[in-house]
Design a protein around this ligand. Structure first.
Ligand SMILES: Cc1cc2nc3c(=O)[nH]c(=O)nc-3n(C[C@H](O)[C@H](O)[C@H](O)COP(=O)(O)OP(=O)(O)OC[C@H]3O[C@@H](n4cnc5c(N)ncnc54)[C@H](O)[C@@H]3O)c2cc1C
Length: 401
């Protein structure tokens, strides 16, 4: 018995869910509130755990020439530029995790996923449909849209992001937790001599990240700092002027990159505490709607990709019984996504240490042999899909949380 699925939200999570379901013969309708399907003009890191999902869904070939495989991930001191730590992404990494580490433009990934969806003939993707609520009875769900239209299916997946309307209806109407950190980001030209690497530069309460995208022709750039000017989201908080001031002590190259960045939009960094209960009968949550996390492990979209595959597999395993499938999906995914939400916060604190804590961190990281470095990433990138196996040494656990 086949099930028809309604997906709320046409971001990376929603479109990947549609594709994963369609690959298993399930018909899907995606409703997106914006008038076009699109992504913010920024880059995305795709760890091997998520690259394996893209490979399973058959979209790797269409990313050729756009995705870049960086040689390594490297951590630097933002003031001196000195390298503290690096994780090589070469052959040993790929063999260990069965996939490479990739970086790409978000829009190019979404386009590849959408065209793969269309090619299945099983996905109807409708823009300009803002869902205000989803109702359900014993055999179906109905999405009610702001323009008065309704769409009915057997079950619904809400992939409507950090400020999910469906999550507020189902589980938790509280707004997301806004951190003290603000982000400015955007691609820019790639100057000569920039290595094919994910480079993170850290200092006390600030960081700058860059990596190549769009076939290596552009550089994705992210500058973030802990604002000390008023309450988060207030007019004085996290302004472009504070950005310049906070980065005054960074290397000349970083200062130049920050000066070029588009500062017309600032992103307050948000997440939520892990909370079970994504599933209620024939409706479930996915991606940021279920488990929004800070970006420090670069896993928000990667986890949405893992969710999409797990959900489609659960639906295939329970034909005609979406309630059972959704319950199994949440049971399978909740432990891992919760652990990543929490670990990500730790990594944020760890990267932003200052003073003696930063010295200890740097000493600890520079002493790690290659096997030890991988031991910290096996649980995240490996095929086991598990939770952290190797705790961070207690003397380095963050203060203030
Ligand atoms: C600075 C920064 C850097 C990041 N870097 C990385 C990275 O390198 N790697 C990584 O894996 N993750 C990264 N992330 C996280 C990643 O961006 C998110 O986790 C991911 O985009 C979540 O995808 P999603 O589809 O769940 O939600 P979203 O991308 O938010 O998509 C939700 C969609 O639903 C639509 N929608 C919302 N409400 C409605 C409604 N009522 N009706 C219909 N449609 C609706 C929206 O318009 C949107 O299209 C980063 C995040 C930030 C802030």
């Amino acid at each position: 018995m086949s099930t028809e699925i309604l997906v709320a939200g046409g971001g990376i999570g929603g479109i990947t869910t549609a594709l994963a379901c369609a690959r298993r013969g399930i018909r899907v309708t995606v409703l997106e509130r914006h008038s076009e399907f699109g992504e913010v003009g920024a880059g995305l890191q795709i760890g091997p755990n998520a690259w394996r999902v893209l490979r399973d869904l058959g979209v790797i070939d269409s990313l050729a020439g756009q995705a870049v495989m960086p040689r390594r991930w490297a951590l630097h001191d933002i003031t001196t530029g000195e390298e503290i730590f690096s994780l090589p992404f070469g052959t040993a990494f790929e063999q260990r995790y069965g996939a490479p580490y990739a970086v790409m433009h978000r829009g190019q990934l979404l386009t590849a996923l959408l065209s793969a969806c269309r090619a299945t003939g099983l996905v109807t993707a409708i823009p300009g449909k803002e869902i205000t609520r989803i109702s359900q009875d014993t055999g179906s769900v109905t999405a009610h849209c702001a323009d008065g239209s309704t769409f009915t299916a057997d079950a619904a997946v809400a992939a409507d992001g950090l400020r999910s309307t469906v999550r507020a209806q189902l589980l938790d109407a509280e707004p997301p937790l806004i951190s003290e950190y603000v982000v400015y980001r955007g691609p820019g030209p790639r100057p000569d001599g920039i290595e094919d690497a994910v480079m993170l530069y850290v200092g006390d309460g600030i960081h700058y990240m860059q990596y190549p995208i769009s076939g290596g022709t552009m550089l994705n750039r992210v500058a973030s700092f802990k604002s000390t000017r008023g309450a988060p989201l207030s007019e004085t908080w996290g302004t472009p002027r504070e950005l310049t001031e906070k980065f005054a002590g960074a290397t000349a190259g970083i200062r130049a990159a920050v000066a070029e960045m588009d500062t017309s939009k600032r992103w307050p960094l948000c997440d939520r505490e892990p909370l079970p209960g994504w599933t209620l009968g024939r409706i479930t949550l996915l991606g940021d709607a279920a488990h929004p996390m800070n970006q420090y492990l670069a896993q928000g979209a990667c986890q949405a990709l893992e969710d999409a595959l797990a959900l489609a597999e659960a639906l295939s395993d329970a034909p005609g019984d979406p309630e059972a499938a959704f319950a199994a999906y949440e049971e399978a995914r909740y432990p891992r996504t919760s652990a990543i939400q929490q670990y990500t916060r730790f990594i944020g604190d760890f990267c932003h240490f200052g003073g003696a804590a930063a010295l200890l961190r740097d000493h600890f990281l520079s002493g790690l042999g290659i096997e030890d470095r991988y031991a910290y990433t096996d649980w995240l990138y490996g095929t086991g899909g598990g939770t952290p196996t190797r705790p961070i040494p207690p003397h380095l656990t963050p203060y203030g949380r």
